[in-house]
Design a protein around this ligand. Structure first.
Ligand code: UDP
Length: 466
């Protein structure tokens, strides 16, 4: 019998460098680590995670050559493409070095990568290493992307306006209006290519989704019919992973001290995530809506998230004076702690997938103000499938005030809170032993371990007894 010499099997993670993508990747790494895998994170220099927050991981920087570029460029299609081109060579070198040091430094089981980092596929194919894709969003979103691609292939875009309210025949929980990109105008070819690339898992052996069967059952079933590889819905990862910092921005913990002084369920927490941008008019209407609602609030205004402003200098005159006693504005909050705080009774959110999961994990009902992409799909599910949120229908101060009153005070809000608490319990059950996400994670661990076994055969060292 041969034996593996050296360390634990190793999983290499390659996240896409945005907060909403890095967080679930690191959480996945931390759970895999607790299950006996060594973890290496190959990351771009842009938005690099802090190695000090994860002493148990090995970090390998990839020279993305993007320093000095605007964030808007980095998030553009050209920026993503440049990141893929610039990171590939060094990643290839790292992997070759790692394979040469096998088995002393641990056998490489597989590479888990974010689909936006598609250069990984080329490197892995060349080195004959298995890959698994991690998708940080819902199964429903992935299906909605596939649907847009199909509409385009069938020459049905642009769709007539009157069809927007119709349910999508193959995805009846969504209307055409809820697709992540408007389909009533021509979609540029470059965008369709991008959607196609993002929905394509290339030669990956499996897909990991940060979702749970109870949230996404129908879409998961359909995806499983479409993709011929195993799908592992292992979410919500933030509940499965030990608590550790994944934030790329310094969190203002004074927000928690402020919450400590507020009454239970009284505070509306407001955040539009790490990427969305609003215009000055929206900020001003939000401010008056909040002021007129009489509700306590904790408001995250990310620097540069209001176009043409550095921070909150364009808040209307008088707002600060009216809300001083019941409002707190910060640049970035420890969101998971905020949502878990007993004083928080509602969450005004852009409906990013991480924020959606974090809110549901704490039983906090939401006001949805989606900006783009999966936020639109998530909003439809939050409001009409799980029924734990209401959508903001007006960006005028009166409509905003009414929405806040409805969520925080009315019968409608109370019903949503009850549903949100029930959802919290169900999600907790899904990650406990025997729950769907728990089982899925067990299967994932076995699946990755099977790669290690295959790799063992390739690097087996003869035992003296052989
Ligand atoms: N977040 C945070 N502090 C804030 C605002 C956001 O820690 O003040 C975190 C939030 O907990 C979530 C992530 O940023 O994990 C945002 O991810 P999401 O998918 O919701 O939205 P995105 O930023 O990708 O649009």
């Amino acid at each position: 019998m041969g034996k593996i010499e050296g360390q634990k099997p190793r999983v290499v993670l390659v996240p896409f460098p945005y907060q909403g993508h890095i967080t679930p990747m690191l959480q996945l790494g931390s759970i895999l680590n607790s299950r006996g895998f060594s973890i290496t994170v190959a990351h771009t220099e842009f938005n690099s995670p802090n190695p000090l927050d994860h002493p148990e991981f090995v970090f390998l920087p990839l020279p993305d050559n993007l320093s000095g570029c605007e964030t808007s460029y980095i998030s553009s299609l050209k920026g993503i493409s440049a990141m893929n081109v610039n990171s590939k060579e060094r990643f290839h070198e790292y992997m070759v070095e790692m394979l040469e040091k096998q088995p002393q430094n641990g056998l490489v089981s597989c590479i888990v990568y974010d689909n936006l980092m598609h250069f990984v596929n080329e490197v892995a194919t060349h080195l004959k290493l298995p890959t698994v894709v991690l998708r940080p969003n819902s199964a429903a979103y992935l299906r909605s992307l596939q649907f847009i691609i199909q509409l385009q292939a069938d020459n049905l875009i642009p769709l007539p306006e009157h069809q927007l309210q119709d349910a999508i025949p193959t995805h009846h929980l969504l209307r055409f209006k809820d697709l992540p990109f408007p389909v009533t105008a021509e979609i540029p070819k470059i965008l369709i290519e991008f959607f196609t690339s993002y929905a394509n898992i290339r030669s990956s052996s499996a897909i990991i989704l940060n979702t749970a069967d109870i949230l996404d059952h129908e879409s998961l079933t359909k995806l499983q019919q479409h993709f011929k590889v195993p799908i592992f819905p292992v979410g919500p990862l933030q509940k499965m992973a030990p608590k550790f910092n994944t934030s790329l921005i310094t969190e203002d913990t004074s927000s928690i001290t402020w919450l400590d002084k507020q009454a239970p369920n009284s505070v509306l927490y407001i955040s539009i995530g790490s990427i969305a941008i609003m215009d000055k008019k929206e900020l001003i209407e939000m401010a008056w809506g909040l002021a007129n609602s009489d509700q306590p609030f904790l408001w995250v205004v990310r620097p540069s998230s209001v176009s043409g402003s550095e921070w909150i200098e364009c808040l209307p005159e008088g707002f600060e004076e009216i809300t001083r006693e019941r409002g707190c504005i910060v640049k970035w909050a420890p969101q998971k702690k905020v949502l878990a705080h007993p004083a928080v009774g509602g969450f005004w959110s852009h409906s990013g997938w991480n924020s959606t999961l974090e809110s549901m994990c704490e039983g906090v009902p939401m006001i949805c103000r989606p900006y783009f992409s999966d936020q639109v799909v998530n909003t439809r599910y939050l409001t009409h499938v799980w029924k734990v949120a209401l959508e903001l229908n007006s960006l005028e101060r009166k409509g905003i005030e009414q929405a806040i009153r409805a969520l925080m005070g009315d019968k409608e809000g109370k019903e949503m809170r009850q549903k949100a608490l029930k959802m919290k319990q169900e999600l907790e059950l899904s990650i406990q032993r025997g729950g769907s996400s728990w089982n899925s994670f067990e299967n994932l661990v076995e699946f990755i371990a099977s790669f290690t076994q295959q790799n063992v055969k390739a690097t087996m060292i003869p035992d003296s007894s052989d």
